[in-house]
Design a protein around this ligand. Structure first.
Ligand SMILES: [Zn+2]
Length: 411
């Protein structure tokens, strides 16, 4: 079998013929050409003649440990539709790319699953190349219709660069997908989203969940006034856990102190904090034991722990019709609990009671937004999104907006 035929089989690129192969060191340069005779503009227009031509190279997926390059003559064409000179489209790569489509799809697939350093090492490319590739794949695959028919959405901020910068992320509660990501977390950021949605699509919105950010509330009241503003249960539980932490910090528990002294680590303290914060269903025998100790030695702390559990119940087991009276009763008990942290929490909850009850009545559970938040934290931990907002935003779209990436070998 001739080398050309072998490489035609190995590469398996549609609409492409291998013309020749040259080996240099640990690299192979495969010269290819388009099978179709007519040039095509990236806009889709077919153009018979060419303006000029030049030779270009694209990095392809490595084979047998060798770096593979595709080399071809490409024409610049004058496109009557675009009314300017453009570089013709080639079947093996995206317009303007320096890597083949197979290479880019492999990088995008890996980016959703592994950390950036390992990915760049495995594919033998730079971090910057990974960012550019993910950006191009997202532009090509992001579904334009994702902003149509939005009815119940969640708006949340994501911090990066150690909390110095923020992105605003909008989730469709009905599909659980991210539909929009914007820089910043102020009024103007969310207004930009509403403007992009346009008047008619904005009118379809029935509910918007958020934290109690005055910026998001103000933007929603101005631009989507008919939508009910709901406070995300996820944030209410977060506030409650913060209040519980404050109460825990101020309570010295003798048994816990003795255990820490004996173990010479703060592991017992961490275990106790987990027992207090985590939902009942996550607790093991050892955590129940700690709660028993807390009940015996610090009644007031155990009282606010129970208040936290009762607030959780509001979002999980309480009949939505009873939500209003249940929350009113809870606020009274929290205010009279003797804990200053819970007194402040009760005041905050009273201020946002309408939004909290609306979330319960509309059945907007926090599992969707929480799921997206968890995914975003994983993306950040894998090293994507530092230090540029744009690369974090494109990674969020790649992993959370429903984009399907298949490997070249899966087609
Ligand atoms: Zn064109």
């Amino acid at each position: 079998m001739r080398v050309r035929t072998v490489f035609n089989r190995i590469l398996g690129l549609d609409g492409t013929a291998v013309v020749g192969v040259v080996f240099t060191g640990d690299e192979a340069v495969v010269t290819v050409r388009r099978v179709a005779k007519v040039h095509r503009c990236p806009c889709g227009c077919r153009v018979p003649g060419r303006y000029d031509r030049s030779v270009r190279r694209w990095r392809h997926v490595d084979a047998c440990g060798m770096k593979m390059w595709l080399e071809a003559e490409v024409a610049r064409i004058w496109c009557p539709d675009c009314e300017r000179v453009r570089t013709e489209d080639v079947p093996w790569a995206r317009p303007g790319a320096r890597h083949s489509q197979a290479f880019e799809d492999t990088v995008a697939w890996l980016a959703t699953r592994m950390d950036k350093t390992s990915l760049a090492q495995l594919m033998r490319c730079s971090w910057e190349a990974v960012d550019r590739i993910v950006g191009r794949v997202v532009v090509e695959r992001l579904d334009d219709s994702r902003l149509n028919n939005l009815v119940r959405i969640g708006v949340d901020e994501i911090s990066y660069l150690r909390g110095h910068r923020y992105l605003t992320v909008v989730v469709d509660h009905d599909t659980g997908r991210v539909v929009w990501v914007g820089k910043g977390h102020g009024v103007e950021t969310l207004e930009e989203f509403y403007r992009e949605l346009g008047f008619l699509r904005r009118k379809k919105l029935k509910a918007v969940t958020m934290d109690a950010s005055s910026a998001y509330i103000s933007a929603t009241r101005t631009m989507a006034a008919q939508a009910v503003i709901c406070i995300d249960p996820f944030h209410v539980i977060k506030w409650t856990n913060e209040a519980l932490d404050a109460a825990f910090r101020n309570s010295a528990i003798p048994t816990l102190k003795a255990q820490m002294k004996q173990a010479r680590t703060n592991a017992p303290w961490r275990k106790a904090r987990f027992a207090l914060r985590a939902g009942r269903q996550k607790l093991r025998q050892e955590h129940h034991k700690i709660l028993k100790v807390i009940r015996a030695e610090r009644t007031e702390l155990h009282k606010v722990y129970l208040l936290k559990e009762e607030l959780r119940d509001l979002f999980q087991i309480i009949d939505p019709g009873q939500a209003d009276s249940y929350l009113r009763d809870w606020v009274q008990r929290a205010a009279g609990s003797g804990s200053s942290a819970f007194r402040s929490l009760a005041q905050k909850i009273v201020r946002h009671a309408d939004g909290i009850i609306a979330a319960v009545e509309l059945g907007l559970s926090n599992s969707r937004s929480e799921g997206v938040n968890t995914k975003i934290r994983v993306i950040q931990r894998r090293g994507y999104g530092h230090p540029k907002a744009q690369s974090l935003a494109t990674m969020i779209y790649l992993c959370c907006s429903g984009i399907q990436i298949s490997l070249p070998t899966q087609r």
